[in-house]
Ligand binder design. Structure first.
Ligand code: PLP
Length: 426
């Protein structure tokens, strides 16, 4: 194959990918689908440009429209999140975390955060971003029954360890964290309170999850593309007094040119969430509860039945009886049901190749317009593969049939356009 063929082959692969996802059930809890307006903005000339420095104070010429969009993004985010300080320049959630670690702590300082099997993100660990900053990480005591931080033990530990940073937030995130209860203790020992809202940013925006800045957090770091339906990237929201240090940690600290096309796409998504965020987030949580209930009725071990399963977009299922997370996730993929295997709190971290769980997120199918009825159908489809052992080819046809009616991005200004019209575009 020559270079020309390779170049066009990439385009053809994307076309196949779009077609595949258009016939599939996207249930990965860390993903979402952006509106066509966001996608158009992301395909703009902004993707070719540089705009180092703060909006209005750039080191490059040619930035007048970029500045206008960035000021608008900041203004919309301040309004949506009721946050005095906003930085839209981190290029990912991990970069946002790292910038916060640099701004809020020094090398050698201690941070308390959740361990990975308890839901902490890898960037909270010493082997990743926290370690890059030279932080010593101690773990929050965790209650596996409640799937949450153990408040009494955590309070004791914060007083003992006297960390510089207390980090809430996680990648497994079924219930709000005890920010209110533990921020008081953190303040007692002089710690800064940080909240990684990567997973739940859209639910925070829609006021359907805890409001960390009101509960005592000083800084929120987040991705923009999980429950928040923006293009990939990161964001930092904070109380005003942390602004100067955070700004410096992002630029010139960790980002030279932020990804301007995605910044512009984020501005569009912020406007969409100001308009539709509450209705969207409400339906995401309703769908997660309905899916969890239906999976439980199908015979799955869904975590936290005693607490109503979940208060977020996530559903966590112990599939050890069905052969483990790897087998179940791979079999489901053959039926075009796309989700991921996940460690459960009692799994050894060395078991990550075959953990006991699967994690399911309802944020993307909700954005495609699905409601409680469809959640019951999805639970049946999952059970047909993972419990009844039906042919994945047969289930795949029913998945495609279900998707046929749900191919427009709702909670957006797209109108009746198909989310997959880019298949024709290519
Ligand atoms: C809690 C949490 N923080 C940070 C991140 C990292 O985000 P990104 O992939 O945007 O770097 C993730 C990603 O899944 C996450 O779950």
């Amino acid at each position: 194959m020559g270079n020309r063929e390779h170049a066009f082959r990439v385009r053809d692969i994307l076309k196949e990918h779009h077609r595949w996802f258009g016939e599939s059930l996207p249930l990965i809890a860390s993903e979402n689908i952006t509106s066509l307006l966001v996608r158009e903005v992301c395909a703009s000339d902004f993707s070719h440009r540089y705009a180092e420095g703060e909006a209005g104070k750039r080191f490059y010429q040619g930035c007048k429209y970029i500045d206008e969009v960035e000021f608008l993004a900041i203004e919309l985010a301040q309004k949506l999140f009721e946050a005095p300080y906003v930085n839209v320049q981190p290029t990912s959630g991990t970069v946002a975390n790292l910038a916060c670690f640099f701004a809020l702590a020094n090398a050698g300082d201690t941070m308390i955060a959740l361990q990975v099997p308890h839901g902490g993100h890898i960037s909270h660990a010493e082997l990743s971003a926290a370690g890059v900053r030279g932080l010593k990480v101690k773990s929050f005591p965790f209650d596996e029954q409640e799937m949450n931080i153990d408040v009494d033990k955590a309070a004791k530990k914060i007083r003992e360890v006297e960390p510089k940073l207390v980090l809430f937030g996680a990648s497994i995130f079924l219930f709000p964290h005890p920010v209110r209860e533990l921020s008081y203790v953190a303040k007692e020992v002089g710690a800064t309170v940080m909240y990684d809202g990567a997973h739940v940013l859209g639910l925070i925006a829609g006021k359907q999850f805890q409001q960390p800045l009101k509960e005592g957090a000083d800084v929120i770091s987040a991705s923009r593309h999980k429950t928040f339906p923006g293009p990939q990237g990161g964001v930092i929201l904070a109380k005003e007094e942390y602004g100067k240090k955070l700004t410096r940690a992002v630029f010139p600290g960790l980002v030279s040119n932020h990804h301007l096309h995605h910044m512009a796409g984020f501005a569009v998504a912020l406007a969409e969430m100001l308009e539709f965020g509450e209705a969207y987030a409400k339906q995401v949580v309703r769908n997660a509860k309905a899916l969890a209930q239906a999976l439980s009725e199908e015979g799955f071990d869904v975590l936290c039945e005693h607490k109503g399963f979940t208060e977020s977009h996530q559903v966590l299922v112990d599939v050890a009886k069905q052969g483990g997370g790897t087998r179940v996730a791979e079999d489901l993929e053959k039926a075009n049901i796309i989700l991921n295997k996940n460690l459960l709190p009692w799994d050894d971290i060395n078991k990550s190749a075959n953990p006991s769980g699967i994690r399911i997120g309802t944020q993307e199918v909700t954005r495609l317009g699905m409601k409680e009825n469809e959640m019951r159908t999805i639970a049946e489809l999952i059970a047909r593969v993972a419990i009844k052992g039906e042919s994945t080819e047969k289930v795949k046809k029913d998945v495609a049939e279900l998707r046929r009616e749900f191919n427009q991005v709702q909670y957006s200004f797209d109108g009746m356009r198909s989310a997959y019209e880019y298949i024709e575009f290519f």
